[in-house]
Design a protein. Structure first.
Length: 151
């Protein structure tokens, strides 16, 4: 599990277009790496759209937003197109990234237990070090950009 102070590997994963996503693709930027459960669901759409609506301000404060879920590239392409998202979404279908960051585990909904992604955001410095973690209990999907900007 990744903790504050840990250095993150340069290669994060593969985006919606099958291209490698690396920290080094964003020199000098602070990365807001946000993990979310599933494309097209209400909470995940609210979070993505809040980040989209505040993207210019995030960029102005030197942030690059990168989303991650275990959905396939084709799902990410539809999610981006439907919601006009300006940032990349990593397709972590092999669960390498969610497991490495410690955000994959047992969840429960309506008494049913299943494995899924815990909504979590990691703030990574331009040097590749985790400086903040917004935990699942702290993430506000409809106001997430403000949470990031307040750090």
């Amino acid at each position: 599990m990744i903790k504050i102070g840990d250095k993150v590997d340069d290669l994060l994963g593969v985006d919606q277009d099958g291209k490698d996503v690396r920290l080094s693709d964003y020199p000098g930027k602070t990365i807001a790496l946000y993990f979310y459960p599933k494309d097209m669901t209400s909470g995940c759409t609210a979070q993505a759209c809040n980040l989209r609506d505040n993207y210019a301000e995030l960029l102005a404060h030197n942030y690059q937003v990168i989303g991650v879920s275990v959905d396939p590239e084709s799902s990410h392409q539809r999610f981006i197109a439907k919601n006009n998202l300006p940032f990349p979404l990593i397709s972590d279908t092999d669960h390498k990234l969610v497991e490495k960051f410690g955000v994959w585990g047992e969840k429960s909904m309506y008494g049913r237990k299943y494995m899924g992604t815990f909504r979590t955001t990691f703030i990574i410095s331009p040097e590749g070090v985790v400086t903040h973690i917004i935990t699942p209990k702290e993430v506000k999907t409809k106001d997430h950009a403000a949470q990031i900007l307040a750090l």
